[in-house]
Ligand binder design. Structure first.
Ligand code: ABN
Ligand code: CU
Length: 676
């Protein structure tokens, strides 16, 4: 018997096949760029979540296809009837790049006579063309070609030995590839040529390290064991997880990768909704070298390529250690087959240091409680870069998206004596890695004790009252200035480290009985560089979401894609996505169903330590309950050690001596709780 899917479940392999077969009946020759869950309409879905016995939202697939001549169609397939419900031609757009399109470029490049000619000019023998590799980015946007013609820009590298790090011998020219015609249609050649650098290889793989003297030998094993298994449980179709009062659904799609829905927290028996949907909706990586055609280098790794399509199959002991649960992902191929990514998501617990501790200095009475965290992780490879997205849930009600950037720098070649002019770093002699930013966009549709929420910006502020005045006689006064964001225009706000700026998502109708303040979740995010490309630049126009740290919009079904539905080859004119939704900025966003969009990330000035492979760089932010609970919600987590003043008094000094014994027990087997 087949399992009835949860309405938030990604399409199964069978559902993808069904959607494809329905489309093919009417349109046999199209290529499938997207076959994805058309997410249930929120009104219908909330009704079902409130009463799971009621009518279940039906399963619908959204498809985006391209005809052999490049016409794009969007469709909706009702999987229950089943039938094609919508079929619309979309002019002037290019759908997401698929893994097959990425794979197909290299062969065409290697056999193109004009590319071979340029390789020879660069100093690569014509018989070495099999050693020339291409990272086939979308063209971004190029005014010569516009949006109607689907194109890719091939960033080229020479890899003399197949095991070499690919990015150490970049080439200076860039072929433009037409994936439908399967041919090179132009080559961008710089005025000043930069021959390939023939320096000794710097590699990172085990054979290279062994050649350089081998690995360090002083590491003793670390074992992570959970002898009684994990503390989380799945229910329903196996995608709803419960852990330490949290409950939520884990979805996955080609574009955002992991998506959480219906995140709730069981607060002493009351199941309280927190977020309806949460994901990383987009990411853009603008590079900062002004020389043509580097302005085209600003990958939208989610909208153009897809964090789902690029996701890794994770392996035990490597990507995650311990007792791990995995979820697979199914995607369509261009021809409409199903591609399964095994272990696309890993789920596990980790020890997380101290949750809380206090020792009374008077008598040594102590409590110390260790924390655990739940991690739901995926890792995707965006050509040279790896992004590990570890969504972390804490026992105290905090959610922490934790991102690690690793992989290999994108590089370019320098000519003899060239100055980087400050636009990059020579990470290896003759090889420059240009300055760039990684700007992620977190999308949150909050549901804090109900759908009607608002956002308040909070800044720490000195009292304006002068020193010596009655209100600030000693000059030490400070408060939190709270600015309620009333309209979409007013909500376009930026980080300010000097005031420790944060944003509270609040339910103004629910007041904390202790503090008298509205229940809220606070966005605490401190790695928030502004977009460095200037207003009016191509990436500024295309990545409207990156212009501000926070945007807030009113919730609307289908407003998921912050840089527009189809990102490849947008020019930013007219503006797409969030800038379009915000329009004149007058829409009210208070006490209503809202979406908060948060852009965060890093500015990366590369250095030699980042080469040939980057040690993972972490980026983190917090979503913290503030006035949401009436007291610390994690006090019922069993302590590792707890002794009260009365126990110390009753047992005398001997009780404190027991600390050593208890610590030893905790280290050995006691694990969870040692109390006197
Ligand atoms: N970072 C741009 C990219 C991603 C995937 C594949 C090619 C290029
Ligand atoms: Cu970087």
């Amino acid at each position: 018997m087949s399992i009835v899917p949860h309405p938030f479940d990604p399409l199964s392999a069978q559902e993808i096949e069904l959607a494809v077969s329905i489309v093919k009946k009417a349109h046999s020759d199209v290529r499938f760029h997207v076959v994805n869950l058309h997410e249930p309409r929120k009104a219908e879905m909330t009704a079902w979540l409130a009463n799971r016995g009621s009518r279940r939202p039906k399963r619908v697939a959204e498809v985006v296809v391209q005809s052999p001549t490049g016409t794009v169609y969007e469709g909706l397939v009702d999987l229950e009837t089943p039938k094609l419900d919508k079929w619309v031609q979309k002019d002037g757009v290019q759908p997401v790049i698929t893994p097959e399109e990425l794979a197909s470029v290299e062969h065409g490049i290697r056999t193109d006579p004009k590319v071979i000619e340029q390789c020879v000019i660069s100093g690569i023998p014509a018989e070495d063309m099999h050693k020339v590799y291409s990272d086939p980015w979308t063209i971004s946007y190029d005014e010569r070609f516009g949006t109607d013609r689907r194109l890719q820009q091939a960033l080229l590298y020479y890899r003399p030995d197949i095991d070499n790090c690919q990015y150490q011998y970049p080439l200076d020219f860039c072929p433009i590839w037409d994936p439908l015609k399967e041919k090179v249609i132009a080559i961008d050649i710089p005025k000043v040529r930069r021959p390939v650098v023939k320096s000794p290889a710097v590699d990172y793989h085990h054979l290279a390290i062994q050649r350089q003297g081998g690995y360090r030998t002083d590491l003793k094993p670390i074992q992570i064991t959970q002898p009684q298994g994990v503390s989380f449980e799945f229910s329903g179709t196996g995608r709803e997880i419960e852990w330490q009062n949290w409950k939520f659904h884990i979805g996955f799609n080609y574009r955002e990768g992991i998506v959480f829905n219906n995140i709730t927290f069981n607060d002493k028996g009351t199941v309280r909704p927190i977020f309806y949907r949460m994901s990383i909706a987009e990411m853009v990586v603008p590079y900062g070298n002004p020389e043509y055609p580097h302005h085209r280098k600003h990958a939208f790794d989610l909208g153009e390529y897809g964090a789902g399509y690029l996701t890794n199959s994770l392996s035990l002991g490597c990507d995650c250690k311990g007792a791990i649960y995995y979820l697979d992902a199914d995607f369509p191929t261009l021809s409409g087959q199903v591609r399964k990514v095994k272990n696309a998501i890993c789920i596990h617990e980790e020890d997380n240091g101290i949750l809380f501790k206090h020792t009374d200095f008077r008598d040594g009475s102590t409590i110390v409680t260790r924390a655990r965290k739940l991690i739901v992780q995926q890792i995707f490879t965006a050509a040279n870069y790896e992004y590990a997205i570890a969504w972390t849930f804490h026992q105290d009600g905090t959610i922490q998206p934790d991102i690690k950037l690793t992989g290999i720098l994108n590089t370019y070649v320098m000519h003899e004596g060239e100055d980087t002019m400050g636009y990059g770093t020579e990470v290896k002699k003759g090889t420059v890695a240009h300055n760039h930013q990684h700007l992620f966009c977190l999308r949150i549709n909050p549901n804090l004790d109900g759908q009607n929420n608002s956002v308040v910006m909070v800044d720490a502020e000195r009292s304006p009252a002068p020193v010596g005045s009655p209100d600030n006689y000693y000059g030490n006064a400070f408060t939190a200035r709270r600015t309620r964001l009333e309209t979409t225009a007013q909500a376009m706000t930026d980080y300010d480290g000097t005031t420790g700026r944060t944003w509270d998502i609040v339910n103004e109708k629910k007041i904390n009985s202790q503090s008298g303040k509205p229940v809220s979740y606070k966005l605490v995010s401190r790695e928030v560089p502004g977009l460095l490309a200037k207003p009016g630049s191509l990436v500024w126009k295309r990545a409207g979401f990156a212009r501000h740290t926070v945007h807030v919009t009113k919730y609307r079904d289908d407003q998921l894609w912050v840089a527009g539905d189809h990102v490849p080859q947008t020019s930013g004119e007219p503006t797409k996505g969030i800038t379009e939704w915000i329009g004149d900025g007058t829409e009210s966003i208070t006490n209503t169903d809202i979406v908060l969009w948060h852009t965060f990330g890093i500015t990366h000035f590369p250095s030699p330590e980042d080469f040939p492979i980057m040690p993972a760089e972490p980026i983190t932010l917090l979503l913290r309950p503030r006035h949401f609970f009436t007291c610390n919600p994690a006090m019922d987590v069993p302590p590792s050690y707890s002794i009260t003043p009365s126990q110390v008094a009753a047992k005398g000094k001997g009780a404190l001596d027991a600390t050593d014994r208890i610590s030893k027990l905790a280290n050995d087997t006691c694990g969870s709780t040692c109390r006197l």
